[in-house]
Design a protein around this ligand. Structure first.
Ligand SMILES: [Zn+2]
Ligand SMILES: [Zn+2]
Length: 350
């Protein structure tokens, strides 16, 4: 239920939403529209995508409270608000991590590392993970997670707010310098964002390493696209390697591809249970490598990425491979999960 006077008059009491009932079981259900609470707005979702993290949530690999409404890659317009800074009608993209704001890590600006992860009572929220998300007609979103969308950015583009921030942060972690040879390992959605952002940041040469139909799409975005199987020749060549594949093999290869004194940023393995073996430590020590982990997108990374998107220096249109209405979520899910027809991102319109 919405509080008095704060909602646009056309906000209904119930809505359609994707609901994960328990691990490996979901439906498209009618549920209550989230109520407006202090510190949040209610967003009318206009564009929302499916991500591999949603598959992990459905499989029960996160400490999710069921029933759960997934969705963390979305945009929309504010439908109910009591915040002067975020009025009804404002078009917004959503960043996923909201820190508690008071722990040591949050005060450093590293709210993605919040020490109060998952503790809603502290104000921490991970949209679509620990609180309900945007695979629904409406979503309650903390104002700290909102980014105003410039007029030039469509709702579909705005749904990439978080993904672009993730890719940009990894490149910033890796201190990309003008003229660098950058290798991006992983030709999924984030890898394809990183490929474009590396160019926008002034890389001299960008090589994308991946496989399948997704690598084919990357051919237009990178200076060269190399199949995983042929990547041995890249050993020791890159100033900066950014990995978004998530496997131990990819991490091993990424470390091997850095030149001596180079930098390696590992960003793919966000879930527990992937072990790295088979790396000769002297590659790192004698190579004087910087090997860094990168989690999500703190410190305004999404805002900086949106500026590049608005400027046309990055484009996400080609990465949206399929469109479905929210009611057809089951088909959309299959298309994404089975990577049909080279699916990269599947867009749902609630
Ligand atoms: Zn995601
Ligand atoms: Zn915190």
């Amino acid at each position: 239920m919405l509080r008095r006077g704060s909602a646009a008059p056309d906000v209904p009491l119930t809505m359609r939403a994707v609901v994960f009932h328990k691990p490996n079981e979901f439906g498209i259900d009618t549920v209550d529209v989230p109520r407006l609470v202090p510190g949040q707005v209610v967003v009318r979702v206009r564009a929302s995508m499916i991500c591999a993290s949603d598959q992990k949530i459905l499989a029960g690999k996160f400490s999710t409270l069921y029933p759960h409404i997934p969705g963390h890659e979305f945009s929309g317009e504010i439908a109910a608000s009591e915040s002067e800074a975020w009025p009804v009608g404002r078009r917004v993209g959503v960043e996923v991590h909201v820190g508690c704001g008071v722990c040591v890590r949050c005060r450093e600006g590293m709210y993605t590392l919040c020490l109060n992860y998952g503790k809603r009572e502290t104000g921490h929220a991970h949209v679509g993970f620990t609180i309900p998300g945007g695979l629904a007609q409406f979503a309650a979103v903390p104002t700290a997670a909102l980014h105003a969308l410039p007029d030039r950015i469509s709702f579909e583009e705005g749904a990439w707010t978080d993904n672009l921030g993730i890719a940009l942060w990894a490149l910033e972690r890796g201190r990309l310098a003008a003229g660098d040879h950058v290798i991006v390992v992983g030709s999924g959605a984030i890898g394809l964002c990183a490929t474009q952002l590396a160019r926008a940041l002034g890389a001299g040469r960008v090589t994308l390493v991946g496989r399948g139909a997704r690598l084919g799409r990357g051919r237009e975005l990178a200076d060269e696209a190399v199949a995983e199987a042929d990547s041995a020749r890249l050993e020791g060549t890159a100033d900066l390697v950014v990995e978004f594949a998530g496997t131990a093999e990819a991490a091993r290869e990424a470390i091997g591809m850095a030149r001596r004194g180079g930098r390696v940023v590992l960003g793919g393995a966000t879930g527990a249970g992937v072990e790295l073996s088979g790396v000769d430590l002297s590659t790192i020590v004698r190579g004087n490598l910087d090997v860094l982990g990168s989690l999500a997108n703190p410190r305004g990374a999404s805002a900086r990425a949106l500026a590049l998107l608005a400027d046309g220096r990055v484009s996400v249109g080609a990465l949206i491979t399929h469109h479905y209405p929210l009611e057809a979520f089951r088909d959309a899910w299959k298309t994404f999960a089975e990577r049909r027809e080279g699916a990269i991102r599947v867009m749902l319109a609630p």
